[in-house]
Ligand binder design. Structure first.
Ligand SMILES: *Cc1c(COP(=O)(O)O)cnc(C)c1O
Length: 232
């Protein structure tokens, strides 16, 4: 296997994002990369940070905590939890992350709110929506979204920033766009309902559907493979 040079793959990923934004007629700073570093060693995360990346996404709590400890000297690194979250693990998440993208139950949100230390800024939350309607997937349905959003809005240690989705794989660009458009419209409805809230985040788009996601308004594109290479 050839070794991945993250300074090069990161530059290529940023160029790909810039091209997608231009193609969509959006401004160059309308979306940014979230580097998904699950299963990759902390040395690789450090190299990516040194190449200019600040936002990193992790799926597994213990792995993330180990990396955070190894990289504690990187003061302005921003850690996002993007994987499923069990209610018995919320305390460590509330204490050690800046963002959680995978909130899909009020009980989890309530625990994060109660356990977020007062000394830290509010925890940034994206609600995960099951846009493709797959029965076994995480995420609320579009019908369940409104009451969950209303509950999170009232939690003082959380700040609702937007929505996240992992659509079912699709082959054509148009097929990719449909669920991403549904997520964008769901965010637009929340923005109309809560005009004062900082609802500025659409966490969508991965290595295979970045262009479709940017065309539909993604603001935070979660790239793993494209930056770090294939996972084992
Ligand atoms: C792993 C993962 C990604 C990155 O996927 P790639 O296809 O490697 O870019 C993005 N989002 C979530 C939620 C993930 O679990």
């Amino acid at each position: 296997m050839t070794e991945v040079i993250v300074s090069e793959t990161l530059a290529a990923a940023n160029a790909r994002l810039a091209a997608a934004l231009r193609q969509a007629g959006r401004s160059a700073d309308a979306a940014r990369l979230l580097a998904v570093s699950k299963t990759k060693p902390d040395a690789m995360v450090r190299d990516t940070y040194l190449a200019g990346q600040r936002d990193f996404g992790e799926n597994y709590l213990q792995e993330a905590l180990d990396k955070q400890e190894a990289l504690a000297d990187l003061q302005d690194i921003v850690w996002h939890l993007i994987g499923p979250l069990q209610s018995n693990k919320t305390r460590a998440v509330a204490e050690h992350f800046a963002w959680v993208h995978s909130v899909d139950r009020e009980k989890i949100a309530r625990r994060l709110d109660e356990q977020r230390p007062d000394a830290l800024p509010p925890l940034n939350i994206c609600l995960q929506v099951n846009v493709s309607g797959e029965p076994s997937k995480s995420g609320v349905t579009l019908d369940e979204l409104e009451p969950l959003a209303a509950a999170v809005m009232n939690m003082p240690h959380l700040v609702l920033r937007g929505l996240m989705a992992i659509p079912a794989p699709a082959t054509s660009f148009e097929e990719q766009r449909a669920p991403l458009a549904a997520l964008r419209k769901a965010l637009e409805r929340l923005q109309m309902r809560y005009p004062q809230a900082p609802l500025d985040t659409l966490s969508m788009g991965m290595s295979d559907d970045l262009e479709a996601a940017v065309a539909e308004g993604a603001t935070l594109v979660r790239l793993g493979t494209a930056i770090f290479g294939a996972r084992q």
